[in-house]
Design a protein. Structure first.
Length: 302
């Protein structure tokens, strides 16, 4: 298998020779935003599926070839993609390594949350959020600096496309502005609602829409809570009347049901990435879906 992969990498096509710009991203969310800016002048592939084990991605040999020949690699950055180092070592393409000409880390320019988390590894070897919480794409306002970075990177590769990229981005931001007004109005009655999350994906979303996250069930990202920890959080939720439990498709459904039943909190499954539900095929519909699920759950009679 390794020999076959190396042969494929050896014959990978050049980074860009005209035509659509080949871009690989580390998430479906970034793929959607690159497509929004690039339009028909880009061809974009996400290395990670929409729903996967936190911080773990198995990249296929065919994807390695796409990485090798890509003109641009767009990453979330911080310590969200420990799997990417192995990919870059395999393809051995210096221009795609951190700081290379074809590398774009869109976390630069983002105002990060939870930056005081110690940089450590947990007992299972998974990365903590040591540079700040990396789920910043879940604040839709962060699409502005992200698409600015994408626009500038695409123009460096294809200067002739500047006007088209700018027009595409302005159209996207116009759509975002209208949707953001709607989302904000829909969430306004629920500002201050106290929530517990299963995974620490939601601080940016919560800050944008006025939710208050009081705890996370997972003690560290991707690690299920111990029985004693779960019991303590459940007791705290009951005592402080936490109204909302935010889970994700990959969350342990048995734990979610147990906590909701014991506390009376409304359990809502939110989608953390584009494509995680058929109703969220792009970046804007991701927020349509999540805001809709939240408002429906919070408006329902107890």
């Amino acid at each position: 298998m390794l020999r076959a992969v190396l042969l494929l990498l050896a014959v990978a096509t050049p980074a860009w020779g005209g035509g659509p710009i080949s871009v690989v991203t580390t998430s479906t969310d970034l793929r959607s935003l690159v497509e929004a800016v690039g339009g028909d002048r880009v061809q974009v592939t996400s290395l990670a599926p929409a729903i996967h084990e936190p911080h773990t991605v198995e990249v296929k040999p065919s994807q390695l070839v796409l990485v090798k020949s890509a003109a641009l690699l767009v990453r979330i950055g911080l310590d969200h993609e420990p799997w990417l180092a192995r990919v870059l070592k395999t393809v051995n393409e210096p221009r795609l390594s951190a700081g290379g000409a074809g590398d774009l880390d869109v976390s630069r320019g983002i105002t990060l949350l939870q930056t005081d988390t110690p940089r450590v590894r947990n007992v299972r070897g998974l990365h903590e959020h040591g540079f700040g919480n990396p789920h910043y794409w879940l604040d839709p306002e962060n699409a502005r600096p992200i698409t600015t970075s994408i626009f500038e990177a695409l123009v460096r590769i294809d200067p002739a496309g500047r006007a088209r990229f700018d027009l595409n981005r302005q159209h996207f931001l116009g759509e975002l502005d209208g949707r953001l007004r709607h989302w904000t109005e829909a969430m306004a009655p629920y500002r201050g609602v106290r929530a517990v999350v299963v995974h620490e994906s939601w601080p940016y979303f919560a800050q944008r829409f006025g939710l208050t996250i009081v705890a996370a069930l997972e003690p560290t990202p991707g690690v299920p809570p111990a029985p004693a920890s779960l019991a303590a959080i459940t007791q705290r939720m009951k005592a402080t009347r936490v109204e909302l439990l935010i889970a994700e498709p990959a969350s342990d459904s048995a734990i979610v049901r147990q906590v909701a039943a014991r506390t009376g909190a409304r359990a809502v499954i939110l989608i953390p990435s584009v494509g995680g539900d058929p109703a969220a095929p792009d970046y804007l519909t991701l927020f349509d879906l999540n805001v809709g699920r939240l408002t429906e759950a919070l408006a329902a009679p107890r």
